[in-house]
Design a protein around this ligand. Structure first.
Ligand code: AMP
Ligand code: MG
Length: 468
């Protein structure tokens, strides 16, 4: 198998990785291949299906030109700092330039123990791997920047969690795997020269127009802030709860990464939490904008020594940048939710008025936005008509001349109970529900006859798990 790799991370970022070979799988088998994405990357679909292709997709043997490595990073996990994290069960295969000229990482998750594994087994299992496929593809189809699954492969190995599970590897693609925690790794070690090299690398990769400019580190901070605020506003607009927004799970590129304990809300609830380990609700749905800003402040800290020789001198500009994140978020949120209301620029009071009614009536977030229609009140009235504020809100909304917003209000999101049912079937060898759900999620704005079950809100509160 020939792949034209161009591995800048391995070449330019010494100190941020260890060379690594994945574990050889006893019996690799392809469960799902993203043929469209493979094609976008210039990879041959038939070649990926050969034993050599499967060996690459599981990490057991690399094609020529790959630079298999485990990345080092640090990170704040639930507010506590760990100076030494890293790919504990993941590896970078290499970088390719896609058909649009964009550099993309090919990365594996579940490819075996690495020097950064700590107590973990380095493995992944089929259910969570397919979950990441479903949710990543859904996010992509919803227009949200995201890492994407290239392939899901079983290894032929039994992996123990609470019960015996099928070992699996996810091959995923990202604009890069640079995280806030990557910067924290060198910052914590006070390795300023290497930190500068990393920042210049990130700028060349994600903001090349800033390369070599005198104020590039501050300008770069502004860019990352803008990307993250736009991203979180998009999450909020589809009811997505990431669940583990630690600084090692926040990308510099502005892509969503790590679909471990994430979930979508049913009823609108700012306090919604799904992750078993998020006991305090730190990463609750409504807290995400605030926690994203907290993470950006951690990134900003690492850039202080690059922005000025005396970090104190850099403080005012950096504090301004972080303070500005709040209004950037507010503008992005207004834009997203205005569009969902079919309006050009809705006032916050109209947006909040709608959301407050959803909360009070326990109405399904996704279905309520989809029910909005400039020419038929009935569907919305069924959901929230009982609210005493409804008629007043509706009159205000109508007076603003809304248009049909079905192009931005999805019919299908990966509802927790539907995803769980599809994964349970897949683990028992029946991939049909997974394939059916995936097809709907890949075209989420078009209602399909016979898919009504995918629109039904869940009744039980589900709990999600990290690192499974
Ligand atoms: P995550 O919450 O999936 O981003 O993982 C946080 C950290 O734990 C990362 O450094 C992972 O590589 C590591 N990790 C998660 N699961 C495992 C595992 N089964 N074996 C080794 N490391 C793991
Ligand atoms: Mg992670």
């Amino acid at each position: 198998m020939t792949i034209r790799f161009d591995n800048t991370y391995a070449r330019d970022l010494e100190g941020l990785y260890l060379p690594f070979q994945g574990a050889v799988s006893p019996d690799p088998a392809l469960v799902w291949l993203n043929e469209g994405l493979a094609d976008e990357l210039g990879l041959s679909v038939p070649a990926l299906r050969t034993p050599q292709g499967l060996a690459m997709l599981t990490g057991g043997a690399m094609p020529d030109g790959a630079s298999p490595l485990a990345m080092a990073y640090a990170g704040h996990q639930f507010g506590g700092f760990s100076p030494q994290l890293g790919d504990g069960r993941a590896m970078l295969v290499g970088e390719v330039i896609d058909r649009h000229g964009q550099r993309r990482d090919i990365h594996l998750k579940g490819s075996g123990r690495t020097p950064f594994s700590r107590g973990g087994d380095g493995k992944a299992v089929l259910g969570p791997v397919l979950r990441e496929v479903l949710i990543g593809e859904a996010m992509h189809a919803l227009g949200i920047p995201t890492t994407r699954a290239l392939a899901a492969t079983t290894t032929g190995e039994t992996v123990w969690r609470e019960t015996p599970q099928q070992g699996a590897v996810l091959a995923r693609v990202a604009a890069s795997h640079l995280r806030v925690g990557t910067f924290q790794f060198f910052y914590a070690r006070q390795e300023t020269a290497r930190l500068r090299r990393l920042a210049d690398y990130a700028i060349a990769r994600h903001d090349p127009d800033l390369s070599g400019t005198p104020d590039r580190y501050l300008a770069f901070l502004h860019r990352v802030i803008a990307r993250q605020m736009a991203l979180v506003a998009r999450w909020m607009a589809v009811g997505f709860v990431h669940g583990v927004m630690n600084t090692d799970n926040m990308t510099i590129s502005g892509e969503t990464i790590d679909y471990g304990p994430c979930a979508f809300i049913d009823a609108h609830d700012p306090a919604a939490v799904y992750s078993s380990i998020d006991q305090q609700g730190r990463y609750a749905y409504g807290n995400q904008p605030l926690l994203a800003r907290w993470n950006l402040a951690r990134l900003a800290e690492t850039l202080l020594p690059l922005i000025a020789d005396d970090p104190q001198d850099a403080l005012p500009a950096v504090q301004d940048a972080i303070a500005g994140a709040e209004s950037l978020y507010a503008a992005e949120r207004r834009a997203r939710f205005s569009a969902k209301l079919g309006l050009d620029g809705a006032p916050d009071s109209l947006i909040d008025g709608f959301l407050d009614m959803l909360t009070a009536q326990g109405a399904d977030f996704t279905n309520a936005f989809r029910a909005l229609s400039p020419d038929d009140d009935a569907p919305l009235r069924t959901l929230i008509g009982a609210d005493p504020r409804f008629e007043g809100w509706l009159a205000d909304w109508r007076a603003r001349g809304p248009v049909n917003a079905r192009a931005v209000n999805p019919v299908y999101i990966p509802r927790n109970h539907v995803v769980d049912a599809a994964l349970t079937a897949a683990q028992a060898g029946d991939l049909a529900p997974f394939q059916r759900l995936l097809a709907a999620l890949q075209d989420p704005f078009t209602r399909r006859p016979g898919f009504e079950d995918l629109e039904t809100p869940g009744t039980a509160h589900i709990v999600t798990y990290c690192g499974t």
